[in-house]
Design a protein around this ligand. Sequence first.
Ligand code: SF4
Length: 250
Amino acid sequence: MSGATVIDRDHRPAAPLPDAERLAELQHLAAGRDARGILELALKEAFAARAAVVSSFGAESAVLLHLVASVDATTPILFLNTGKLFGETLRYRDRLQDQLGLCDIRSIGPHPDDRLQCDPDGTLWSRSTDACCAFRKVVPLRRALSGLAAQITGRKRFQTGPRAAMALVESFEGRVRFNPLAEWSQHDLEAYAAKYELPAHPLVEDGYPSIGCLPCTRRVAAGEGYRDGRWAGLDKDECGIHTGLDGDGI
Ligand code: SF4
């Protein structure tokens, strides 16, 4: 670990947790709905104008974004631009914005002072991926979400072990979190993308089934797992944005 200190300068006190009764009610309302129905619950019924989608514009992002656009194209889309992304991802974001008609994509990133203090030469990822993800992803996302009551993710249960038991609706850091694609398989995603002719991230056909920052993503060889190209060689499969600063994210 490097000695870099993550400054949560924009951290505001967490909102009170949604009470158990309210959470149970939302879980009951979500049960039996398809992904679009869960998005309607979040964006139209329970949290109109108080929810945002978190998207990496990665390999599977087009499906959730297409569904969101079909419900409300003005939904805020929080896009974590860490400063370490592939150029292909930035161009893919612009293509999806135009093609899906998304009109409120918010590009968020680390505070310049944090960048100067934590990672002046831009190589922190090579010494501590946890510290790098914390100041480039976790803190900026926490800042962007403050003031919102709910967030929507594109996480799926099949992606990682810790996600296997994820609920459709849960509470996280004082907000309600909706996971409308939790039950989807890789086949479901591919079938949906084919049905609506959604453009693929350009790196997928180049051997990247899961795409994050350039220094921490490599191609996956035949026989390797779906996310083996993320933080390869490290005991890490989450960036922390879904688990808190101490957690084990996109
Ligand atoms: S994925 Fe790598 S480069 Fe991106 S924020 Fe995390 S450690 Fe830094």
